[in-house]
Design a protein around this ligand. Structure first.
Ligand code: ATP
Length: 445
């Protein structure tokens, strides 16, 4: 087979496919939508769950040096004083004096309004934290913030983790959860929204070993995307310059992905030093140190933080998986998603709606559903049905035909190669499990 250059999908195409097939809908659509908010539909929610699951398995389940955590979105307001967010988590904002649109000053190319060329105001710092109040009385004392990152929930629980798990350095804590940022400009579909989900690791190490662990996690995280099928040429590492570093960071590198709008951050890996633990110790008056039994000394560990976005990862996986190829007189749209990420793993397609074929197909469908997300489709021609499954990334289709009634065999068709094999129904589950886990799809002579 000749090797084709993979196609680059446009954001419009992806938004349209996502909506048409039930991956992602605009939020509150019947009221005209809410800017930058999105709802994950029946397929999107599976894809998102699979992304989280793949991450959790890799960074928690398969490791001996990691534990998980799930902390609350609302935290004590002092957390954000200590972390520096109240003071410094802001972007420079300018407003157009004519049309009143607001822009992030550091993202503008010229010095006039990109929309109407009007004159812009002086820039001022705009804090990105969402403020709300807790309890029935709305006064200064009741102000709380929606967390702008999940990380702080991990730092403030440092002693709880050490005391309850008895983990010794180096060890890490992983958390997945919602974060909120009142971004000045949003856009590019689910790339930058005001409500999003993060997958964050805080990895605690002995000072002096931090550089080594920083390099380790950079490699580890890059490999995670590669192992889940993202093309190498669409990923790059970008080291932050000194002037770009956040106030807490000693070093930072981004894993960038080549999104339809260009190279943009997918995940950030930062060396936060002991900044957070020292700040929280000062601010709370509680000890945030670790006792090293070998060296017999107390110190605040340094922290390496790989911080990824669930939604941004979903977008990158969708962009990377999208493909179109000529097929007879048509174009076949196929999402070449890694089987671990595909929302539906198997589709059962009966070749006819007649009995007793339907009974056999339905029984198969019910049985396979005990193991995987499976769909059943008996509408229109088999070719159409294959196309529908290709378009949502289903790795395998099972066709049940009249011969199946006689020989108790079914046909498995693989999404990427469109190759088919025929196997006994009794072997179907073990074969599918092996193929989904990556066993090659060989057509036996
Ligand atoms: P950016 O420069 O794109 O604003 P950031 O450097 O502020 O991002 P971090 O604070 O490093 O982002 O957040 C870690 C990760 O969380 C990002 O790599 C991204 O995947 C995700 N993320 C951050 N902000 C948003 C957002 N507004 N919408 C969706 N995902 C986000």
């Amino acid at each position: 087979m000749t090797k084709r250059t993979p196609i680059k999908v446009s954001m419009e195409k992806l938004v349209s496919l996502s909506r048409r097939r039930g991956f992602i809908f605009p939020s509150s659509e019947i009221y005209g939508g809410l800017s930058s908010c999105w709802d994950y539909g029946p397929l999107g929610v599976e894809l998102k769950r699979n992304v989280r699951q793949a991450w959790w398995q890799d960074v928690v389940q398969k490791r001996d040096d990691m534990v998980g955590l799930d902390t609350s979105i609302l935290m004590h307001p002092q957390v954000w004083v200590a972390s520096g967010h109240l003071e410094g988590f802001s972007d420079p904002l300018v407003e157009c004096k004519s049309c009143h649109l607001r822009w992030r000053a550091d993202e503008l190319e010229g010095d006039s309004c990109p929309s109407c060329s009007g004159e812009l105001t002086e820039s001022r710092q705009f804090n990105l934290m969402f403020k709300t109040s807790m309890g029935p009385v709305e006064d200064e004392a009741s102000v709380v913030y929606l967390r702008p990152e999940t990380a702080q929930g991990i730092f403030v629980n440092f002693q709880n983790i050490v005391n309850t798990t008895r983990k010794r350095l180096p060890f890490g804590v992983a958390q997945i959860g919602k974060a909120f940022r009142n971004e000045i400009t949003t856009g590019n579909f689910i790339f930058r929204t005001r409500e999003f989900e993060q997958m964050e690791i805080e990895y605690f190490v002995k000072p002096g070993t931090d550089k080594e662990w920083f390099d380790y996690w950079l490699k580890e995280r890059l490999n995670w995307y590669l192992n889940l099928g993202i093309k190498k040429e669409n990923l790059r590492l970008r080291e932050h310059g000194k002037e770009e570093l956040a106030h807490y960071a000693r070093a930072c590198s981004d894993i960038d992905y080549l999104f339809p709008m260009g190279w943009s951050e997918l995940e950030g890996i930062a060396n936060r030093g002991d900044f957070d633990l020292v700040q929280h110790a000062k601010s709370s008056g509680q000890s945030m140190t670790y006792f090293d039994e070998e060296a017999k000394e107390h110190f605040a560990p340094y922290i390496i933080e790989p911080s990824a976005g669930v939604d941004r990862s979903v977008l990158a996986f969708l962009c990377d998986a999208y493909d179109e190829e000529p097929d007879k007189d048509e174009i076949r749209v196929v999402l070449r998603l890694h089987p671990a990420l595909a929302p539906i793993k198997v589709a059962v397609l009966p070749l006819s709606r007649r009995e007793p074929l339907v009974k056999v197909a339905k029984e198969l469908y019910a049985d396979l559903r005990q193991c995987w997300m499976v769909s059943y489709d008996d509408a229109q021609s088999i070719g159409r049905r294959y196309r529908r499954q290709d378009e949502i990334g289903t790795p395998f289709c099972i066709t049940v035909d009249f011969e199946s009634l006689e020989d108790k065999q079914v046909t498995i068709r693989e999404r990427d190669s469109m190759k088919q094999i025929r196997i006994p129904i009794s072997e179907l589950k073990t074969t599918l499990a092996a193929k989904l886990a990556g066993e090659p799809f060989e057509v036996l002579p």
